[in-house]
Ligand binder design. Structure first.
Ligand SMILES: C[C@H](N)C(=O)N[C@@H](CCCCN)C(=O)O
Length: 436
């Protein structure tokens, strides 16, 4: 997860450089960002959930880590100097000419990587639910997400530094993260040995099944799809995350434009966002394990996000102050701890373990539709509202940012609805995870 999250965001602080070196304008950059989710949206994630529930966490984890590595290799080739001037580049550049050949191939690589990354995400959640059921599950999930966030922090620091080494190039950070993904694949193989040992101790079969619970059947999906609370969580998830991850891709440039600072300085400010989240998420997970209040945390997280995006939209352009930027970034980090810490451990409370993988995959699937559409939507809005901008001028982010504010408002309303449903139907979303 650490290396995966690094790979996802390695281009985020390099928007200006990739525009200068490979001609990726904001709309191209937005579409490239969306490509991570395209195959998932067209059904791969549903299949991933079924594979996970049928084949178990070890097989699915190794498959997903391999896909991540293959996709990364393709993306490395796309931005490398050996691709520039090759026959493939000439052919890819001969159609849809507004989208550079390197962006086309990099997007294909990112699509394959994205299949592996999302499949790994649901696999890890199911593995944690299996290892920590009735114990410190939210703390374990919180720590996993904290490690992922440290990965984002690390890449926001390392990527511009690697890229800026003479001769400045975007290729170096991609190569670096590709090697890390190979190491990630090897660590999952090691985990698989440990998981096999756990199954032996628990008397489970080779896929981690065969305990007291029934085996998963594809027809079980109907139980998930007919649950109102599942849909509330899924829509809350898509709205919340659509205002976080797509924003993360543009945040460096937003700060660059609003504060009038360099890409490196903007990335230095923004990298504290995932760090704030990394520091707080495990504590909130622990709080949830012992005290509960999951639905309340979701509402609070959405409110904080609205405040932050309103600040980025209206306050920063008027008062380009670094303390205001840092303050909002830290608040957004707290929001990004509250929601994930409460959201993911809530899912095992509303569905049975045998179809937990499918429930996570369906939520990821719906979330991926948002993650796929929002960078494009935001990229187009940015281009539209900056029609008169000339090369080198800062971008005006005010009106495009309202897209993210709207997502936050809707997520907050869904959080309130979820809390009301929980009070009525007693899912236990406000209760602690640890069973005494
Ligand atoms: C983008 C991805 N689908 C996602 O939702 N990531 C979550 C973590 C989900 C738990 C992974 N085991 C995040 O908050 O990063």
């Amino acid at each position: 997860m650490f290396f995966g999250y690094m790979f996802v965001d390695l281009m985020s602080p390099l928007q200006s450089m990739i525009e200068a070196q490979r001609g990726w304008t904001p709309d191209v950059f937005g579409m490239y960002g969306s490509s991570e989710f395209i195959l998932n949206v067209f059904g791969f994630l549903i299949l991933a959930g079924i594979i996970l529930d049928k084949m178990g966490v070890r097989f699915t984890g190794q498959l997903s880590a391999s896909l991540m590595f293959i996709g990364a290799c393709l993306k490395y080739y796309a931005v490398s100097d050996s691709f520039a001037g090759s026959g493939i580049e000439t052919w890819l550049g001969s159609w849809w000419t507004s989208f550079p050949a390197s962006a086309k191939l990099a997007s294909l690589g990112f699509m394959i990587f994205g299949c592996g990354m999302e499949m790994a995400g649901i696999t890890v959640s199911k593995a944690i639910a299996k290892w920590f059921e009735g114990k410190e599950m939210a703390l374990a999930m919180g720590l996993e997400m904290a490690i992922a966030r440290v990965g984002v922090f690390a890449i926001f620091s390392i990527s511009p530094w690697l890229a800026d080494m003479a001769p400045a190039t975007v290729v170096r950070p991609v190569a670096f993260c590709t090697v890390l993904l190979l190491i990630g694949l090897l660590t999952f193989v090691i985990f698989s040995f440990m998981d096999r040992k756990l199954d032996k101790q628990l008397g489970l079969d080779s896929r981690g099944g065969g305990g007291s619970e029934e085996e998963f059947k594809v027809s079980d999906l109907k139980y998930i799809l007919s649950s109102k609370v599942f849909w509330i969580i899924a829509f809350l998830c898509v709205l919340y995350y659509s205002a976080i991850f797509p924003f993360q891709r543009f945040a460096t440039n937003m700060l660059e434009s609003n504060l009038g600072v360099s890409a490196q300085t903007a990335a230095d400010i923004f990298r504290w966002f995932p760090m704030g989240a990394a520091a707080i998420t495990p504590f909130l997970g622990r709080y949830l394990d012992h005290k509960g209040k999951g639905a309340t945390m979701l509402i609070l997280g959405a409110i904080l996000m609205i405040v932050c995006h309103l600040t980025f939209a209206f306050v920063l352009p008027e008062f380009p102050s670094k303390p205001v930027a840092y303050g909002s970034i830290v608040l957004l980090g707290i929001s990004f701890s509250l929601v994930p810490a409460a959201l993911w451990p809530s899912v095992p409370k509303i569905v049975e373990t045998r179809y937990l993988g499918s429930a996570y995959s369906l939520i990821f699937w719906i979330q991926n539709i948002g993650l796929c559409l929002f960078p494009m939507l935001f990229g187009f809005a940015l281009k539209y509202f900056n029609a008169g901008r000339t090369e080198g001028m800062p971008y005006d982010y005010t009106r495009p940012m309202l897209i993210f504010v709207a997502c936050g408002v809707l997520a907050m309303l869904l959080g309130l609805w979820l809390k009301a449903e929980d009070r009525k139907k007693k899912y236990g979303l406000e209760l602690p995870n640890i069973k005494k």
